[in-house]
Design a protein around this ligand. Structure first.
Ligand SMILES: [Fe+2]
Length: 342
């Protein structure tokens, strides 16, 4: 059996593989480590069959779908997961066949309603139900300390004490632990009385993870993060450098229209010489009267260079085949000491 641990920040994900049949699974993959999973799978000669999320993550963007699409694997989650892109949904007690390995799903709700642990031989992937020296929090959407109590004390802690645990988080770099070690030393497990445990979990006051709402939204719906939207837009439009645009303005080359898509107060405070004002919010409303000629060369400008990229992408999708965005925004333009007109 192959187990590779991949750490990204405090998040842990795993590649699990069967040495006899060379089929593998990735557990809790994170989008920024996509190439590492592929690299590790090929290093071990594994063909990935499953991309498994132990629960709906609130702190990172899952890469399950991307991996599944790239290698023809199945996305696996609990049947309680809200994500619409799951191929295979597991109930408590279901087993996945990974070559000669058998992965048994143990429903371990509490951190989230859809939390599922996976037991394979003497190893258990606990997601955020049981961490090394800790437990998952229960204050995020669908979290429930009562359920976590049952998942821990009636399920996970009943496994053979020699079982190795593999959590979805480890912030202190500890290599591993076992159920027995956790029972003995995990501070959260010392309160074995239900009411005391629940009171302790309710009293924890932990900061919300940085990308909480966005990660939840993206992981629950399979739709895009703002960064993804921007990166797709920037792949769909050409850019013009500030230097090039400045030269063209100086030479009074009249072959392009500079469109400032910021709000009026910002435009009035200072814009590129000759720029016309068409705020992003009114682009679709006014585009037909503003640009009757679809072959006109347009360069969009905003404050930081992001909204202008979206605006140029919108113009391109509307058929303005020569729309481009300035590489950089008015902030950078001013800082470069280039000409501004008020
Ligand atoms: Fe989590």
């Amino acid at each position: 059996m192959i187990i590779e641990t991949i750490e990204v920040g405090g998040c842990r994900s795993y590649i699990l593989g069967c040495t006899d049949t060379h089929v593998g699974a990735v557990i809790d993959p994170e989008i920024s480590a996509l190439e590492r999973y592929r690299g590790l799978a090929s290093k071990h000669g594994l063909s990935l069959r499953y991309a498994i999320d132990t629960h709906t993550h609130a702190d990172h963007f899952t890469a399950s779908r991307e991996i599944a699409r790239a290698v023809g694997a199945q996305v696996v989650m609990s049947h309680l997961s809200p994500a619409p892109y799951v191929d295979l949904r597991l109930d408590d007690g279901d087993m996945l066949a990974l070559g000669a390995l058998r992965l048994q799903a143990i429903a371990t709700p509490g951190h989230t309603a859809d939390s599922t642990s996976l037991l394979v031989r003497d190893h258990v992937f606990t997601g955020d139900a049981l961490l090394i020296g800790g437990t998952g929090r229960t204050d995020l959407p669908t979290g429930d300390p009562e359920q976590l109590y049952d998942s821990l004390f009636s399920r996970l802690l009943k496994l053979d004490p020699a079982t190795h645990i593999h959590p979805a988080h480890e912030y202190k770099g500890r290599a591993g632990s076992t159920i027995g070690e956790e029972i003995a030393t995990n501070p959260r497990l010392q309160k074995s009385d239900r009411a005391e445990f629940v009171a302790m979990m309710r009293a924890l006051n932990i900061n919300a993870p940085t990308h909480l709402t966005e990660a939840l939204r993206v992981n629950m719906t399979g739709k895009k993060s703002v960064a993804q939207l921007l990166s797709e837009a920037s792949g769909a439009v050409p850019f013009m450098s500030m230097d090039e645009l400045s030269k063209r303005i100086t030479k009074r080359q009249n072959d392009l229209v500079i469109v400032d898509v910021r709000e009026k107060d910002l435009f009035d405070a200072g814009h590129l010489p000759g720029a016309i004002h068409l705020p992003r919010g009114q682009l679709e409303l006014r585009v037909n009267e503003a640009f009757p000629d679809p072959t006109v060369r347009i360069v969009t400008v905003c404050e930081f260079g992001k909204i202008s990229t979206l605006a140029a992408a919108t113009l391109r999708s509307l058929g303005f085949v020569h729309a481009a965005a300035m590489d950089g925004g008015m902030k950078a333009w001013r800082e470069a000491g280039l000409a501004v007109e008020a």
